[in-house]
Design a protein around this ligand. Structure first.
Ligand code: SF4
Ligand code: SF4
Length: 196
C-alpha cells in the first residue's frame, strides 16, 4: 500500500513538472501577442454592411413630416409587445400621437420593420446605447426620431424587405393566350357548328 502511494506521488509530481512549464509557455506567447479586443468606446470597429441594431423612427426626406401614420401594425406584430402606439387622426393623413418602445425588452427580431407600410420604423447600423439606467431605454417618439438622425440607417426598410420576400409572378400574357394554331391544320371551326 505504502509502495503504491509513493508511486502515485512521483507520477503526479512528474506530470506537474511537465504541465506547469507548458501552461506558462502559452501565457508567455500571449503576453507578446497583439490584443484582439478594442478599447470601446474610445475605439470602435466598423459595422458590417448588413448590420441591423437600434430601432428608430424616420422623417420624410422631402416634406420633413413624420413617416409614421399611427397604423399600429408594428404594435400588433411585436412578439414581446414592447411597442405602444396611439393614432392621431388628421384631415390629410394620420399620425402617431404617442409612440413608445421599451428597448430593454426588444428581441431585435425586425418584424416591426418588415410590416411598416411607410418605412417609418427602421433599424440603425449601431448598438451604441449602453447604459446602467434602464429608464433611458424606454424610448418615446422624440427619442426614436433623434436616434434616426443620430446614427447611420441600415440598408433594410419594410418595403425593400417585402420586395425581396415576394415570390416572382408567373408571366401572365403567355399563360392566358392559347397556343397559336398551326397553318397546316386549316381554318378554325365556326363556333357552334362542324368545320366545313
Ligand atoms: S424588433 Fe421585434 S421585438 Fe423589437 S420592437 Fe420590433 S417587433 Fe418588437
Ligand atoms: S411605425 Fe409603421 S407600422 Fe408602426 S404605427 Fe407607424 S406607420 Fe404603422
Amino acid at each position: 500500500m505504502a509502495k503504491r502511494l509513493g508511486e502515485n506521488f512521483w507520477g503526479d509530481f512528474f506530470r506537474l513538472c511537465v504541465a506547469v512549464p507548458r501552461a506558462m509557455k502559452v501565457t508567455l506567447i500571449n503576453l507578446f501577442r497583439r490584443p484582439v479586443t478594442v478599447h470601446y468606446p474610445d475605439k470602435t470597429r466598423n459595422y458590417p454592411d448588413r448590420y441591423r441594431g437600434l430601432l428608430a423612427l424616420t422623417y420624410d426626406k422631402e416634406t420633413g413630416e413624420e413617416n409614421c401614420i399611427g397604423c399600429r401594425l408594428c404594435e400588433y406584430i411585436c412578439p414581446p409587445q414592447v411597442i405602444k402606439v396611439e393614432m392621431l387622426k388628421a384631415e390629410k393623413r394620420n399620425f402617431a400621437k404617442v409612440f413608445t418602445l421599451e428597448l430593454y425588452a426588444c428581441e431585435f427580431c425586425e418584424l416591426c420593420v418588415q410590416v411598416c407600410p411607410t418605412d417609418a420604423i427602421i433599424m440603425m447600423k449601431s448598438f451604441d446605447m449602453s447604459t446602467a439606467d434602464r429608464r433611458e431605454l424606454l424610448l418615446d417618439k422624440d427619442r426614436l426620431h433623434q436616434i434616426g438622425l443620430q446614427f447611420e440607417p441600415s440598408w433594410a426598410t419594410g418595403n425593400l424587405l417585402r420586395d425581396m420576400q415576394t415570390p416572382p409572378k408567373a408571366p401572365k400574357a403567355e399563360a392566358a393566350e392559347p397556343a397559336a394554331r398551326p397553318a397546316a391544320a386549316g381554318p378554325a371551326p365556326k363556333a357552334g357548328g362542324a368545320a366545313e
